[in-house]
Write a protein that binds this ligand. Structure first.
Ligand SMILES: O=C([C@H](O)CO)[C@H](O)[C@H](O)COP(=O)(O)O
Length: 210
């Protein structure tokens, strides 16, 4: 069954916990966004895991170097999954995977900004990562001409476990799952909604029906 991941791009632990409390019944993975972790530090990871021990807590570290060290910090704080940049060297990804194995947790590679996301997804899967995030970041999404269809087409030909992030919403989530993504990541479509719980519920239902 495909998973729903809520990306919490809010800036304080208090706001993140409040949102997670509303949407937890409908999501499988709670992502602590990079700006949130940069603002609050690893304490937000600990607070979220304590509040939601039954959910996978995803620390969007976007590690670019010192993979083992940064991953170890997040796993010790309570993370189940951490991200490493696909643009990082293989040694960084291998280091993070080493830390994940030591903790019984996992690494996700984020392909943001990488020219050939599918090729990199196939390469890093061989390094032992859990899955690869085909990701158009917020800046890319705000660039004229952006369409999530690019990521949907990439997922369909990746042939390795992937998630899709970058503008997932109720209009396109079924296509995201039908393309083969094992995880649909939704940030603004949930935290920016008037009723985040209703938005998460609708996404969950659309995923289950796809
Ligand atoms: O990972 C993200 C970004 O780099 C900022 O942290 C977003 O959470 C992710 O792209 C989800 O985006 P939207 O669903 O488009 O809000």
């Amino acid at each position: 069954m495909a998973k729903l991941q809520v990306a919490i791009d809010l800036l304080t632990t208090e706001e993140a916990l409040a949102l997670a409390a509303k949407v937890a019944p409908y999501v499988d993975i709670i992502e602590l966004g990079t700006p949130l972790i940069k603002n609050m530090g690893s304490t937000v990871i600990t607070a979220m895991k304590a509040a939601h021990p039954d959910k996978l807590v995803f620390a969007d570290l976007k590690t670019a170097d010192a993979g083992e060290l940064e991953a170890d910090i997040a796993f010790k704080a309570g993370a189940d999954l951490v991200t490493v940049m696909g643009a990082a060297g293989n040694a960084t990804i291998i280091g993070a995977v080493k830390a994940a194995k030591a903790h019984g947790k996992g690494v996700v590679v984020d392909t943001i900004g990488y020219p050939d996301r599918v090729k990199r997804a196939q390469e890093v899967t061989a390094l032992g990562v859990e899955f690869v995030e085909l990701h158009a970041g917020l800046d890319e999404q705000w660039t004229a001409g952006y369409s999530i269809q690019v990521l949907i087409d990439e997922a369909a030909r990746a042939g390795v476990p992937v998630s899709i992030a970058g503008g997932v919403n109720i209009e396109n989530v079924a296509a995201v799952i039908k393309a083969g993504a094992m995880v649909a990541v939704a940030g603004a479509a949930i935290y920016g909604a008037e009723d985040p719980a209703a938005a998460a519920k609708a996404l969950r239902e659309a995923i289950d029906a796809a």
